[in-house]
Ligand binder design. Sequence first.
Ligand SMILES: [Zn+2]
Length: 74
Amino acid sequence: MTNRPPRQVACPGCSRPTVYDPANPWRPFCSERCRLIDLGHWANETYRVPAEEDGLEPGNLAAAETDVLSSFRE
Ligand SMILES: [Zn+2]
C-alpha cells in the first residue's frame, strides 16, 4: 500500500488544485509565479499600514488638544 494518491490543495494564488508533495517546490502554490504574487501581496499589505498612520497628521491632533485646554481655562 505505498501507492497513495498525491495530496492536493487549492493553490492560494489561483485556487487551482495543486499537488502538495515534496516534488512540488512551490507548494502549497502551483507555481513560482503564484508564490511570488502572494508574497508581493503580503509585502504590499505590510507597507500600506504604516503609510496610512503617517497620513493622520499629528499636527491636527495637537491643535484639537490646544482647543480643549483653552476652553478649560476660560
Ligand atoms: Zn496557482
